[in-house]
Ligand binder design. Sequence first.
Ligand SMILES: [Zn+2]
Length: 304
Amino acid sequence: MKLKNMPDKKLLNEMSELAHRERELLSQILWHLKEIDQRKLYAEMKCGSLFEYCVKVLKYSEGQASRRVTACRLLREMPELSYEIEKGELNLTQLNQAKHFFYEEQIHVPEEKKKVLDQIKGKTTRESEKILWSLKKEEAPRKVTISLKEETLDELKKLQGLKAHTCQDLDSLLMKMCREVGELWNPKNIKRRSRGASIHQRYISVQLKAEVWERDQGRCQNCQSRYAIELDHIKPYALGGKTTLENLQLLCRNCNQRKGLFTLAGDDKDSNANQNHRNNYLKGQRNLSVDPHTRKRNGNHRCT
Ligand SMILES: [Zn+2]
């Protein structure tokens, strides 16, 4: 399969088709598992449970097996879920999240379960988790596991001691820290004056960075992500683009790199010139941050 030179559009179309077929296949797998489960056919394969059969005979990992077993049992109660899985509205992770929720909240009636599942349709894992959390009858703090270095833990304990009068527990201490640091790091709060940078220079002043950040609300202007945000010259600096508010935007690292693949080599994305440019660009790409607090002149933002 030669994908390296496949045109972008064809590559994306083929990927969508494959993902669709994968979901159809998953739905069929779940129906087969459901039938095997009902007939207890796994016993014929010397397995004590459907889970064991999935791991030992079908060679799924424990996690994969567990998600499939859970999903096929939900399918038994609600056959219409098969359609949602094929459409991509619900995935195995969401069905498992829902199953734990049903167990904890003692929800047994299929109609009640259906109402919950309707609310997480088409959502990401994280969004689903939030929704399920909000549906809980009793509000309880979420349990999370994080790994910290010994040094970090020591610093955290020191702070906890210092703030013991106002923060009764770790949760309130972390909330206070997040709010205070958030205010400190918020580009809107930066009042530094521009150093009189010229619009003909690549350098972007701290003030201008803060203005772009505020206008674009800290989000990538292509995909709305908030992760690894960088500043981008809409018309590339190398092609005469100016360093002005109008010609600057926020892009996440991936969208900026994607833009950089073609910006300097014309619009025909599948031309030889563009393919060469893309390969060279990918070799030389750098990861740079847009943090407006960094005043380093070179290397603190990426410009195209
Ligand atoms: Zn993006």
